[in-house]
Design a protein around this ligand. Structure first.
Ligand SMILES: *Cc1c(COP(=O)(O)O)cnc(C)c1O
Length: 374
């Protein structure tokens, strides 16, 4: 039996191979590798794509979050609200600035922050957050109208973790255009990825934009004159040139992901034992991952593995249960929805070019597993 991989860039890169080689050569000929016109052009194009005034390329999604927090004035002793079911980088960025992550549980259908719980914790007054980082998990946007409203009401900065949501939509606007800043990762497996590490921050705020430009470049406005203690966190020219090619394909690739997700939905069908992902009621879910929920998850994962189908779990250990964060004092039972999801979620193989017959084989295997276990 042919193995079914979870993810592959092979066909995608084959389809744009010539273009990639051309822009690589172009960037090479320019003989400028840091902070040149490829990056400037990509920043302009990405900002325009997201519908924001500005974008600042940085060295990773983690750095995007870290520098966005700094540019928003978050620092030592501050509290920042986010969710415990995200990639660890969301919480790490908060720790980097000396602030404390405060977790709010997720909603069981969207897997995103539970806005009632969010408002409740701020209203009670025990938490006075400086910022909220909603995560658009799996490519599905959080309820941004509600979150922006809460942010305004309590004067809290909103920083979107859009690292899984390039091009995701909500009420006619795109991820990264709702908060004070939007943070994206270009890690190769993201919906828009470069050929290494990379990231970007979008914003409409000219002050945040200027701060980000300083922060990513040693705090210098003019070479060797340093306004603040900045970092070396820039996006390379070559990566920017490659991203300019790939950005043109992003909507097409997202459409393919949605099509494949739809096929999964149809072939899995309505079965009691399996919860399929829910569509976003306000816009386009762009399926960075196709995640189902099933009670005997580990057995299903094993069953699929025996049939040479690779799956993943995003994420097996919630952030509040990670050893790295035991100092926060949370324990098992702190976030019931997140913990239940962590034991039941399973990400099935999905990428724009995945062949339909792979999806069919995955779904057949799921059905035969369900048949066997009832
Ligand atoms: C990938 C990811 C990050 C981190 O991005 P890197 O580019 O790997 O640093 C942060 N948050 C979420 C939700 C992610 O998926």
């Amino acid at each position: 039996m042919e193995p079914i991989s979870f993810f592959s860039l092979e066909n995608q890169h084959r389809s744009i191979h010539q273009e990639l080689i051309e822009v690589f050569n172009r960037a090479l000929r320019k003989n400028r590798f840091i902070l040149g016109d490829e990056l400037e052009a990509f920043e302009r194009e990405f900002a325009q794509y997201c519908g924001t005034g500005y974008a600042v390329g940085v060295s990773s999604g983690t750095e995007a979050l870290h520098l966005a927090l700094r540019a928003c004035g978050v620092g030592k002793g501050d509290q920042v609200i986010t969710v415990p079911n995200s990639y660890i980088a969301t919480a790490l960025s908060i720790s980097y600035v000396g602030a404390t992550p405060v977790f709010v549980d997720i909603h069981k259908d969207s897997y995103n922050i539970d806005c009632d719980a969010l408002e409740e914790i701020i209203k009670k007054g025990k938490i006075r957050p400086k910022a909220i980082i909603p995560v658009h998990l799996y490519g599905n946007m959080a309820d941004m109208s509600r979150i922006v409203e809460i942010g305004k009401k309590y004067a809290v900065k909103i920083i979107e973790d859009a690292c899984q949501a390039h091009g995701a939509g909500y009420k006619g606007k795109k991820a990264g255009s709702f908060g004070h800043a939007g943070c994206f990762s270009f890690y190769p497996t993201k919906n828009l990825g470069c050929l290494g590490d990379g990231g970007i921050v979008t914003t409409d705020d000219v002050y945040i934009y200027r701060e980000l430009q300083l922060l990513r470049n040693y705090g210098q406005e003019k070479k060797y004159y340093h306004e603040i203690k900045g970092f070396n966190s820039r996006l390379d020219e070559i990566q920017a040139a490659i991203l300019r090619v790939k950005l043109k394909w992003l909507d097409h690739w997202n459409r393919l992901r949605r099509e494949k997700a739809k096929r999964y939905n149809a072939l899995i069908g309505e079965i009691e034992q399996i919860e399929r992902p829910s569509e976003n009621p306000y816009g386009e879910h762009i399926y960075h991952a196709y995640v189902i929920r099933v009670k005997n998850r580990d057995r299903l994962k094993e069953y699929l593995k025996e049939r040479r189908i690779s799956t993943m779990i995003h994420y097996p250990v919630p952030i509040h249960m990670q050893k790295a964060y035991k100092d926060l004092g949370y324990s098992k039972g702190s976030f019931k929805v997140t913990e239940k999801c962590a034991s039941e979620i399973l990400s099935l193989p999905l990428y724009p070019e995945i062949p339909f017959h792979h999806i069919e084989r995955v779904c057949e295997s799921i059905h035969s597993f369900i048949q066997k276990t009832i």
